[in-house]
Structures are given as structure tokens and as C-alpha cells.
Unconditional design. Structure first.
Length: 167
């Protein structure tokens, strides 16, 4: 409410509104109750996606049982939310077309040949870890040319000329 004796009270309040923390979809970092809620949200959207884009033969019904497919659908969903529900930053006039292009680029990752017939097939078991792998990797880091070679840019001469010319 304005105070007629104080002209400052007539100025608009320029205090920025607090922005909500961006939602992140790191499944292992989400508490189980919220994780189940978000999986339901993702499932509703995945059903919409399968129907709208006629992907029922591409994305299997058991997609939620396959962690890589869940991760890809999560990325698509987060991008879809930013594209269709968020503010459009300048230079993103084709954001919707870009999202659809991304969807088509992801399609091979969403297909599961083993489950294409409508019956879920569990993914193959992960390979057993090699007990010496961590030590071998550390040895590689301390002895290989890849990790130990001095830093040198492959276009060092060109970079130096650009610096001399004021670029």
C-alpha cells in the first residue's frame, strides 16, 4: 500500500520474484516417494508420446523396465518441458522443430528388439567387474603417454599467430 507522504512507496517493487529451483531428473538422487511420482509423470507423458507420434511399435510397453530407455525418455521429457512449457530464450525460434529432430535422433535408442513382440525380455546381465581393473586404470594414468604427455595444442602455431595479430 502506498504512503502519500513517502514518494518511494509509489515506485514499483523491483525485487525479483524468487525462482523455483530447476527440477532435475537424476533418478538415483530422488527420494523413493518422489521417484515413484515422477515415474508416473514420465509414464503418462511416454503414453502420450507413443500415441501422438505413433511410436507404439518403436517404444515398447515395458520401457520402464529398461534403465537406458528410461534415461533417454527422461532426457526427451525434460527437453520437451523446456521447449513447450518454458520461456523461449532469444534465438530459439525453431525450438519445437529442434525437439522433434532430437526425438527422431533418439528413436534407435528407444527400440528394444527383444521386446518388440510385446513381451518383456529382461536385459542381459551386466558383466562381472574385473578385480584388477581399478589398479590397471591407475597404472595407465601414471604411465601412459595419453595421460602423462606434456600439454601441447595441435594448432599451437596458428594460435600464436592469432595472438600476435590481435585476434
Amino acid at each position: 500500500m502506498s504512503d502519500p507522504g513517502n514518494p518511494v512507496s509509489l515506485w514499483p517493487d523491483l525485487t525479483p520474484e524468487p525462482q523455483p529451483e530447476p527440477q532435475r531428473w537424476v533418478w538415483s538422487a530422488i527420494e523413493p516417494t518422489e521417484r515413484r511420482q515422477r515415474l508416473r509423470e514420465l509414464a503418462e507423458w511416454a503414453d502420450w508420446l507413443r500415441t501422438t507420434f505413433e511410436l507404439h511399435n518403436t517404444i515398447p510397453r515395458c520401457w520402464y523396465r529398461h534403465p537406458p530407455v528410461v534415461e533417454h525418455l527422461t532426457a526427451l521429457y525434460a527437453g520437451w518441458i523446456r521447449t513447450y512449457a518454458g520461456d523461449r530464450p532469444p534465438g530459439r525460434e525453431l525450438a519445437e522443430a529442434d525437439w522433434i529432430s532430437t526425438l527422431h535422433a533418439f528413436l534407435p535408442r528407444l527400440q528394444l528388439a527383444a521386446c518388440a513382440g510385446g513381451r518383456h525380455e529382461p536385459p542381459p546381465p551386466l558383466p562381472q567387474s574385473d578385480p584388477g581393473a581399478a589398479d590397471d586404470f591407475e597404472s595407465f594414468l601414471h604411465t601412459s603417454g595419453t595421460a602423462m604427455a606434456p600439454a601441447r595444442h595441435p594448432a599451437a602455431g596458428a594460435i600464436e599467430r592469432w595472438r600476435e595479430d590481435g585476434f
